[in-house]
Write a protein that binds this ligand. Structure first.
Ligand code: AMP
Ligand code: MG
Length: 418
């Protein structure tokens, strides 16, 4: 059985990312949340755009105030007040100052700001009691960014912070990668839609709902194929349809060794190369990874196929651990693609049989002392989706390790971010 770390690397090596030119579209900035920049963004603007004040106070000439103190204060004449959004009019001459507010443009002639707390105002005169440092509280034009330099690089995912930067740079439209198309199908004759009354032996196809959302959160466009019974002919035509429409296909169920587990057989039948059949993880051991070589429907890259196990927790865990990194790379994002790992103190004892890398689901919380991991209460059975609520982390028990005591430090994968 393949160790998880090797499976992860092998999967990433199979991914050919979208092309920055062929797979590009332009979107309005307001619709760019979560999208991946396809080009390097530069701006014609310097940041700050002009010298400005970092404080409420008085813009002065340093040489006028460099020797002042409580005992030897210096009085200056206030020539004007410069509120935010206005242009100063006066050239500050020796003995003069301007009232200035945070963010306001520095007047010509002045090179230093004295903060209000170190002054006393009297009509159009201001007395300075403390010598500032030269150029104190002046944010110089171009100090944060100089026009023409790279502002944001291709491969960056646009979140609130990048939105703010792009808005400030007046990028009303941005070139982003198109979203990778990810087809999702569920397999199993026991599966029904959520509105359908359940007959004995039937269950709702809940994986579809989890996977549709996970795919969208990962920045891809989910394509809902639906649930397919364990019938080789029906499965074959559904999978053929899925690979013809998507960049990546995810199925759940039917990859184990049961009598009705047909997926691997059908993939081989359809001409796929099967790279992985099982990974040494719990939950999630049966995991099929296959590729279909480039074809008229996907001329530039092979189509990747993930056959996830059907158990609800196994499907989620294998998605977080192996599929999400693959989608991130495919989408054009810069690495790292794998989940973030942090050290956390486990609040409960963790156990494993030591044979496979074991993921225990639960919640990470930030406390004064760092991260704390709380195991989800109830059964840690891969068939139990009920206690998945609130899960944001998976504690990892390495192969060979059978027990981690409460209070010990453990590696934890953060699975709810993006
Ligand atoms: P399988 O991997 O097909 O052997 O399925 C393993 C277990 O997961 C069985 O109990 C299935 O009923 C269940 N299962 C399979 N697919 C789904 C699904 N889409 N939603 C919820 N449970 C599922
Ligand atoms: Mg099944």
């Amino acid at each position: 059985m393949l160790p998880a770390i090797q499976a992860e690397q092998q999967i990433l090596d199979l991914i050919h990312p979208l092309d920055a030119h062929l797979d590009r579209e332009t979107v309005a900035l307001g619709h760019a949340l979560g999208r991946i920049l396809a080009t390097t963004i530069t701006s014609k603007l310097d940041f700050p755009h002009w010298d400005n004040s970092a404080m409420d106070g008085y813009a002065v000439r340093y040489e006028d105030v460099q020797h002042c103190s409580r005992d030897r204060p210096v009085a200056l004449t206030i020539m004007e007040e410069i509120p935010a959004g206005t242009q100063p009019h006066h050239l500050i001459q020796p003995g003069q100052a301007a009232r200035i507010l945070t963010g306001s443009v520095m007047p010509a002639g002045a090179d230093t700001v004295v903060m209000q707390e170190d002054t006393q105002r009297d009509g159009d005169r201001v007395t300075i009691f403390t010598a500032p440092k030269p150029q104190a509280f002046v944010r110089h034009q171009g100090a944060f960014y100089q026009a023409g330099a790279p502002l944001l690089g291709g491969g960056i995912r646009i979140q609130a912070t990048e939105m703010a930067i792009l808005a400030a740079a007046q990028c009303a439209e941005v070139a982003v990668y198109r979203k990778p198309r990810v087809a999702i199908l569920s397999t199993g004759s026991e599966l029904v839609d959520l509105e359908q009354p359940l007959q004995p032996g039937q269950i709702v196809d809940s994986n579809r709902y989890a996977l549709m959302v996970l795919v969208a959160q990962a920045g891809a466009e989910p394509i809902e194929i639906g649930s397919i019974p364990d019938d080789p002919a029906a499965l074959k035509s559904a999978i053929a349809h899925a690979i013809a429409t998507a960049d990546l296909v995810i199925s759940s169920g039917g990859v184990s060794v049961g009598d009705y587990d047909y997926i691997d057989e059908i993939l081989a039948d359809l001409g796929a190369t099967i790279h992985i059949r099982s990974v040494a993880v719990r939950p999630g051991k049966p995991l099929t990874v296959a590729t279909f070589s480039a074809s008229p429907s996907s001329p530039h890259r092979p189509t990747l196929y993930f056959g996830l196990p059907g158990n609800p927790v196994s499907a989620l865990v294998t998605f977080w651990r192996f599929v999400q990194p693959a989608i991130r790379k495919l989408a054009g994002r810069l690495s790292p693609w794998a989940p973030i790992v942090v050290n956390a103190r486990t609040q409960q004892e963790l156990r494993s049989d030591g044979k496979r890398e074991t993921y225990v689901w639960g919640q990470v919380q930030v406390t004064n002392g760092g991260y704390e991991f709380h195991v989800a209460g109830g059964s840690q059975s891969s068939g139990n989706l009920i206690n998945l609520a609130g899960t944001n982390a998976l504690a990892v028990i390495a192969i060979g390790q059978t027990q981690i005591p409460a209070g010990a430090t453990v590696s934890v994968l953060l699975v709810n971010g993006d």
